[in-house]
Ligand binder design. Structure first.
Ligand code: CFM
Ligand code: HCA
Length: 533
């Protein structure tokens, strides 16, 4: 593996090499090495990263189904984000769902010169009159910050005029170094203005209530997760933010436990809810049979109710018995093959267990925009040096809410449980990787090409920007963001979907056709400059 890494670095000029070296490592022991992460991509390098607006509007805010999400900016920013992320949603009884729309102010040159505030105010007015939504979001794209439109004031005025929440996100694309900055901006506003605004009665005895955080219902994952949780007897108050309604989020502080699936995009809210309302959070992983079962067992252990623990075991055996034969069949097809995973900020970790269940080892993994804690675990957080790019993003502090704070379980019991459950803890991607594997942060197209050519994996979990360059090298590549329009992949039934797609993908004969026939044997013969060819 070291040779492959050396080859990647060799081609770079000295300064670039020094920079990239910090982001690439070979795991050669059980120690967790330090990795460079959440820093600027070097200009000129073909990165797969997205922007701050993508992380705020596209990822965290966009999936809330009954809000109208207005993008203030040129039409391209809105059009690109129209349905591509596959965050599914359904209206609840009598509710509304605006997910299939793309709302934009469609800024023109004249708005850039004379300001776009009026156009935004008009867009909000039209949205209220036409759709009468529960709430509205406004997300700023790059030019808005450059020309200084005051979207916060426009939103405040609109809120007064129409009597509904209008949340303005100053999430201009250029803020921060990736989507990650947008997650943080979105988390801050949800925490300040939405969470905690609707109280519901305290859960009764034997009522076990949960929030699912960092789950966006891509390909229907949340539906599958909630199906299993409901079968055991849990009540999901809010999912943040997949398939959620505005009021679910407003009520979320009333639940008993926050489950954190994607740590990167939502750990800020999880931490702040604990401080303000006393609700602990637990790191979960709903991907793969074993991870799913461990997660369900951990949740039951947190509540410590005997009936709940029994029901959990019954549901686990029932669900596994339904899929184990099919999983074994796909395992036979995939056993011994290798995988590479390069996805946003959590899936490159979450999918390794599931790949292992069909006999595949992940030999290279990395995140586009994970922070050091997503790689090395949360224990490193105090050591992370904050640079100017990170300081640019507001860090809010919250305090205990004397009226709404509620201890979910006694302090002593929580401390005991922390010893055996991943409560307020995330160990990161590197811990779970085998030795002699490669971890690369902000992997670029050049490095991808070197790694794929040298290590010839059978599967590459990618995104839209790298998928086709990999497939042109004759390697099956699956978009792990959109699931290539398949899914769900979470939970037990999702695991079979993934196994089926992967087995079919790997075994398709198409990959052998990526070498054009004339490269294998000459198809015409003749003389070139008098020489027989
Ligand atoms: Fe979290 Fe996500 Fe991801 Fe992410 Fe994303 Fe996504 Fe992703 Mo694309 S919130 S970090 S910013 S799990 S959109 S649903 S697939 S890059 S690995
Ligand atoms: C985003 C969204 C994205 C992009 C996917 C991709 C998603 O970051 O803007 O690059 O293939 O999941 O849709 O991550």
């Amino acid at each position: 593996m070291n040779k492959v890494v050396d080859k990647m670095l060799d081609a770079y000029p000295a300064k670039v090499m020094k920079n990239r070296k910090e982001h690439i490592l070979v795991k050669d022991s059980d120690d967790i090495p330090k990795i460079g992460a959440n820093t600027r991509t070097i200009p000129g390098i073909i990165t797969n990263r997205g922007c701050c607006y993508a992380g705020c509007k596209g990822v965290v805010i966009g999936p809330i189904v009954d809000m109208v999400h207005i993008v203030h900016g040129p039409v391209g920013c809105s059009y690109y984000a129209w349905g591509t992320r596959r965050n599914k949603g359904k209206a609840k009884d009598g509710g509304k769902n605006f997910l299939s729309y793309a709302f934009t102010t469609d800024m023109q040159e004249s708005d850039i010169v004379f300001g776009g505030d009026k156009k935004l105010a008009q867009a909000i007015k039209e949205a209220v009159e036409t759709f009468n939504p529960k709430a509205i979001s406004v997300s700023a794209t790059c030019p808005v910050g450059l020309i200084g439109d005051d979207i916060q004031k426009v939103a405040k005025d609109a809120e007064k005029e129409y009597g509904i929440p209008v949340l303005a996100f100053s999430c201009e694309g250029y803020k921060g170094v990736s989507q990650s900055a947008g997650h943080h901006i979105a988390n801050n506003k949800l925490m300040k203005d939405v969470i905690g605004t609707i109280d519901i009665p305290k859960p009764k005895e034997k009522e076990f209530t949960l929030n699912i955080l960092g789950e966006y219902n891509i390909g229907g994952d949340e539906w599958e997760i909630s199906r299993v949780l409901n079968k055991i007897g849990y009540k999901v108050v809010a999912c943040m933010t997949g398939n959620s309604e505005y009021e679910d989020i407003a009520k979320s502080h009333n639940a008993d436990l926050n489950l954190v699936q994607c740590h990167r995009s939502i750990n800020y809210i999880a931490e702040m809810i604990e401080i303000k309302y006393g609700m602990p959070w637990m790191k979960v992983n709903f991907i793969g049979m074993e991870n799913m079962s461990n997660t369900l067992r951990n949740i039951a252990k947190y509540f410590g109710d005997e009936d709940l623990i029994k029901r959990t075991e019954a549901v686990i055996s029932e669900e596994i018995s339904e899929i184990e034969d099919e999983m074994a069949y796909y395992k036979e097809m995939c056993e011994g093959k290798t995988a590479m995973l390069y996805v946003g900020g959590s899936r490159a970790h979450h999918y390794q267990g599931l790949l292992g269940e069909i006999g595949m080892d992940t030999i290279l993994a990395g995140y586009e925009f994970g922070h050091r804690d997503d790689y090395e675990g949360r224990d490193v957080i105090p050591d992370i040096k904050l640079d100017a790019d990170t300081r640019n993003i507001e860090e809010i502090t919250v305090e205990k809410d004397e009226q709404k704070y509620r201890l979910r379980i006694p302090v002593n019991r929580l401390e005991e449980l922390k010893k055996e459950l991943p409560l307020n803890q995330y160990k990161g991607l590197i811990t779970d990787m085998k030795t002699n594997t490669v971890v690369i942060d902000d992997l670029n197209h050049y490095e991808t090409e070197i790694a794929v050519k040298a290590l010839k994996p059978s599967f590459f979990g990618s995104g839209i920007k790298d998928k086709y360059m990999i497939q042109k090298m004759g390697i099956y590549s699956k978009q792990m963001h959109s699931y290539d329009y398949s899914g769900p992949y979470a939970g037990y039934k999702g695991a079979v979907n993934f196994a089926r797609d992967t087995a079919a993908g790997i075994h398709t004969p198409a990959w052998s056709y990526t070498i054009p026939p004339w490269k294998k044997e000459p198809m015409i013969t003749g003389k070139v400059e008098g020489v027989e060819k």
